[in-house]
Design a protein around this ligand. Structure first.
Ligand SMILES: [Zn+2]
Ligand SMILES: [Zn+2]
Length: 147
């Protein structure tokens, strides 16, 4: 067995809008550090194969835990150097971007509450982000009383 790092959750509070990353291994009740709003609880043994620990939603997806702005910035710097010095820079920076992208781990995200789970077992088995499923949850949110 490979010892996995404990799962770290990040949630945007739907009451005050504060985005907070809880430290890895933070289990039990998760409350917003700003307004005290109870998000839900996380079990230490939770895996991405289960329902969302925060809202109970079945649909989680995975995406790269990669700040896209960083990727764009790398390409932009490469493009500037390419124009100023040599086009080889653009190629080199594109490769760097690709290498960085491959290094980045997946993060499990809940379709409904948007909670992010880093380092949870089973993340790699989740489907990638799907617009169709996202739309179902967005329209369910706008219709009051729908599950
Ligand atoms: Zn809050
Ligand atoms: Zn959720």
């Amino acid at each position: 067995m490979i010892a996995l790092a404990p799962t770290a959750v990040a949630i945007e509070c739907d009451q005050c809008g504060r985005y907070h990353r809880y430290p890895p291994g933070a289990a039990g009740d998760l409350n917003c550090p700003q307004c005290g709003h109870a998000h839900g609880s996380l079990q230490a043994s939770w895996t991405a194969r289960e329902d969302c620990s925060i809202c109970g939603c079945r649909h989680l997806y995975r995406r790269k835990d990669f700040n896209q702005l960083v990727g764009l910035a790398i390409i932009a710097v490469g493009a500037i150097l390419a124009v100023a010095i040599s086009y080889w820079y653009l190629l080199a920076f594109s490769l760097l971007d690709l290498v960085l992208y491959r290094q980045v781990r997946d993060v499990a995200v809940c379709h409904r509450c948007g909670a992010e789970f880093r380092g949870a077992a089973g993340t790699a088995e989740l489907p990638l982000f799907e617009h169709h499923t996202a739309e179902i949850y967005q329209s369910a949110d706008s219709v009051a009383g729908q599950p």
